[in-house]
Design a protein around this ligand. Structure first.
Ligand SMILES: Nc1ncnc2c1ncn2[C@@H]1O[C@H](COP(=O)(O)OP(=O)(O)OP(=O)(O)O)[C@@H](O)[C@H]1O
Ligand SMILES: [Mg+2]
Length: 342
């Protein structure tokens, strides 16, 4: 048997990414080894009709990986349905959404059309509010199906049992905390559980460098100084993000100090809105980058000392990665008097 590393598989697929059409940034999905592994597990488990649950902190790419898998799903074998749970999700609505995708096979027996299987992806599985008695009704409904492969028809005052066949569940959730509730083990024991871990620096760098490469190609500035600066800006943004994640920790008084990959994504997106032909000078780009970091990271901080810490880090990241001095960049547009005051 020939063993191939995930990295090699990834490199082979690299070409496909380059052929993507004109996509907005938020729709660009960069393949990573982690995502390949997740997609491989998803393929194996769904082929075998075994339920799979991804658990991982927020912003670890669970939704992205599963959605990408669903996009590439074999349509001859599977239909798919995505349900995003929220605190307000109800059992009846969940049941309706699933039943709408099924057709009548026999009396009181529903299943997907054309002998396919229905792949139901439930995102944010543990969001439904917990009732006074401790149950989460949509989850109890799904548990009933997993235990008995049938449930009571909600359109018929709940009197008729209905057999449901050929559904495969895939779900994703964050570990319980904040608005996310613990899910009963009576339900989770049906699932094979895969953890999704946080991206490391290299993976983040790969994702956002690919996104910026795409932007560079679209703008037709390959090989220019602006393109080089854009890449340095991405590295600096990741550096600031890692600093914020590590040093600006949530506490009871600062419970909103939660930073994830979406924040880097916002900064990179902000940078891409610049018209590189009009404003492409390095100093202008640094000023925009400082603005974007302030908007995304520092506007969230409610303590002057934390803001100062973050700005120190921005200064260092700018010096190390973009090789510019923030103060010099701002001196060009802000009168000296203002610097003197501070
Ligand atoms: N492979 C990738 N390519 C491009 N962007 C990505 C990739 N993985 C993650 N991202 C970015 O990270 C963000 C967060 O990813 P995602 O929504 O999948 O996280 P999640 O684990 O589902 O988080 P939550 O538990 O909060 O729903 C995405 O909006 C996207 O901007
Ligand atoms: Mg998600």
């Amino acid at each position: 048997m020939l063993w191939i590393s995930w990295k090699d598989v990834l490199n082979r697929q690299e070409g496909r990414f380059l052929q993507q059409d004109d996509l907005p940034q938020k729709e660009i999905i960069v393949n990573t080894t982690e995502m390949l592994k997740q997609k491989h597990l998803l393929t194996m488990f769904t082929e075998a009709a075994k339920p799979l649950l991804f658990v991982g902190a927020t912003g670890t790419g669970k939704t992205v990986a599963i959605s990408q898998f669903l996009r590439e799903l074999n349509r001859d074998k599977f239909d798919n349905l995505t349900i995003c749970f929220s605190a307000k999700s109800t059992a009846n609505f969940t049941q309706k959404q699933i039943q709408d995708k099924l057709e009548k096979k026999k009396r009181r027996h529903l299943g997907p059309a054309n002998n396919k299987k229905l792949l139901v992806f439930i995102d944010d599985l543990n969001m439904p509010a917990v009732e006074k008695q401790g149950a989460q009704p949509p989850i109890e409904l799904l548990r009933q199906w997993m235990d008995h492969k049938q449930w009571y028809d909600y359109t018929d005052k709940g009197n008729q049992l209905q057999k449901i066949s050929d559904i495969v569940f895939v779900a994703a959730m964050c570990p319980p905390a904040g608005g996310k509730n613990p899910v009963t083990p009576r339900f989770t024991h049906h699932f094979n559980i895969v953890t999704s871990s946080a991206f490391d620096k290299h993976v983040m760098s790969r994702i956002f460098c690919r996104i910026i490469d795409y932007h560079i190609r679209r703008e037709g500035i390959i090989g220019t100084d602006t393109a080089k600066t854009l890449k340095e800006v991405v590295e600096a943004s990741i550096d600031v993000f890692l600093f914020a994640q590590l040093n600006l920790r949530p506490t009871p008084a600062k419970s909103h100090y939660l930073f994830n990959l979406r924040d880097v994504s916002r900064v990179v997106h902000g940078i891409q809105m610049m018209n590189v032909f009009v404003h492409g000078s390095k100093q202008k780009m640094v000023r925009l980058w400082v603005h974007e970091c302030a908007r995304v990271f520092s506007d969230r901080l409610n303590d002057e000392a934390d803001v100062a810490k973050l700005f120190d880090q921005m200064y260092n990241s700018c010096r190390d990665f973009i090789k510019e001095d923030i103060f010099t960049c701002f001196r060009a547009v802000i009168p000296d008097a203002m610097f003197a005051e501070n």
